[in-house]
Write a protein that binds this ligand. Structure first.
Ligand code: COS
Length: 378
């Protein structure tokens, strides 16, 4: 068993940490308040290779692997969770295209995503009535001569209003999971419009929108993967995505614990720092332990993916455990701060809002438990 990072993994981690702490963290409160990630941050991520950490170099990526991706995600999330999710989805989209795309699709999309020419990639799977159950989707794609015509609506689309390319799932065949195909749709496609911008509790710097497809025509060559076989592409992409969200939760938790420790050492009650109280010490001890357990789960799932092993169950375990642990860690950090933790004066208030969705998106905790138990009971 080898728990040491490679030199390349350490380099990616250090580069991400430097960028996150020097350039991103000072802007995080502003990003949350103004609900916008500055362009220079997106360009900075792209320059560091963080828009395609696990995408082949030949396609413009960093080809640094899944463990490096998890490490980078933890660092970026510790500074700004909104930026982290934008990065996560762009990486997921890049990986899907690199894994399942034709040469032409890869050559067109991957370099643009990795370089930041396209500010983000979007993953358009969920619909108003198909989130946990994407097999129930209603968006359709119908063949008309040499084109597919897409009609329907998608919801909860990260970066929906500024992504350059959307990976869109639509029904092309029978009901259920065996009649779903996937298409690459660029943002300037006629008939594609951005709908409601969600007013979210957290991750306010990351835009989340609806998308409407009204007779959007894409050439036959926009089909990604096999006709009617793309439900599995979504599942495989989400398996990898869950490692990213586990890593994001860990990063937010790390940041909250750091703030909690620092505040506990400074804040005095009854004549001494609250860090001297056992109640606070236990919160800190439990938080560090749970975050380290989460990190081991996430890095193991990442390692398994990197080494070509089946990792669905491990990714689900990492995502469920890390998102729930990080929620508790952020809640304790607010508790340590007392009333101040409930104000925007302290970053822990933002961390608690931001971390909440990690138990919901890319599969709720309940869905993760379905994935884990189905695998065990197979
Ligand atoms: N990798 C590869 N293939 C997979 C897979 C995976 N991780 N999970 C399922 N499949 C395959 C199955 O093997 C099955 O293949 P066949 O058609 O050859 O039999 C097919 O996909 C359908 O699988 P299943 O019957 O298990 O589908 P369900 O509709 O029961 O859904 C869950 C299974 C619940 C796991 C799935 O719907 C899910 O992950 N839901 C959450 C979606 C989500 O995360 N949404 C958030 C979107 S991003 S915000």
């Amino acid at each position: 068993m080898q728990l040491e990072l490679s030199e390349e993994q350490k380099l990616v981690q250090q580069a991400a940490r430097g960028f996150a702490q020097d350039r991103l963290a000072p802007l995080a409160a502003q990003i949350d308040r103004e609900e916008k990630i500055p362009d220079e941050i997106l360009s900075g991520l792209a320059e560091l290779g963080l828009f395609g950490v696990n995408v082949p170099e030949a396609l413009g990526g960093a080809e640094a692997g899944v463990v490096a991706y998890s490490l980078a995600m933890q660092e970026i999330a510790a500074a700004c969770a909104s930026t982290a999710v934008t990065m996560a989805v762009t990486n997921m989209v890049g990986e899907v295209i690199a894994a399942f795309g034709t040469d032409a699709q890869k050559q067109r999309c991957n370099p643009r995503l990795c370089s930041g020419e396209w500010r983000a990639g979007s993953f358009a799977l969920s619909e108003p009535e198909a989130g946990s159950d994407p097999g129930a989707m209603r968006t359709t794609a119908t063949l008309d001569g040499d084109h597919w015509v897409i009609d329907g609506s998608k919801q909860w689309i990260t970066s929906g209003d500024f992504a350059g390319v959307f990976v869109v799932w639509a029904r092309t065949g029978e009901e259920g999971t065996r009649g779903i195909s996937c298409f690459l749709v660029e943002s300037d496609a006629e008939g594609l419009s951005v709908g409601k911008h969600e007013e979210k509790m957290g991750l306010r710097g990351s835009s989340t929108t609806a998308l409407h497809f009204e007779g959007v025509r894409v050439p036959k060559s926009a089909l990604l993967g096999e006709l009617n076989g793309a439900f599995k592409i979504a599942m495989m992409a989400l398996d990898g995505g869950r490692i990213g969200i586990a890593s994001q939760a860990i990063g937010i938790g790390d940041a909250a614990l750091r703030e909690g420790i620092s505040y506990a050492k400074d804040r005095r009650t009854f004549g001494e720092p609250i860090a001297n109280r056992q109640a606070i010490q236990w919160m800190i001890a439990d938080s560090r332990t749970e975050l380290e357990a989460s990190r081991l789960l996430a890095l193991r799932a990442a390692w398994m993916k990197e080494n070509g092993q089946r990792f669905s169950r491990e990714a689900a375990m990492a995502k469920a455990y890390a998102s729930e642990a990080a929620w508790k860690v952020c809640d304790r950090a607010v508790q340590i701060h007392g009333g101040y933790g409930y104000t925007k004066e302290y970053a822990v208030e933002r961390y608690l809002r931001d971390v909440r969705v990690t138990r919901i998106y890319e599969g709720t905790s309940e869905i993760q438990r379905i994935v884990i138990s189905r695998d065990l009971l197979r």
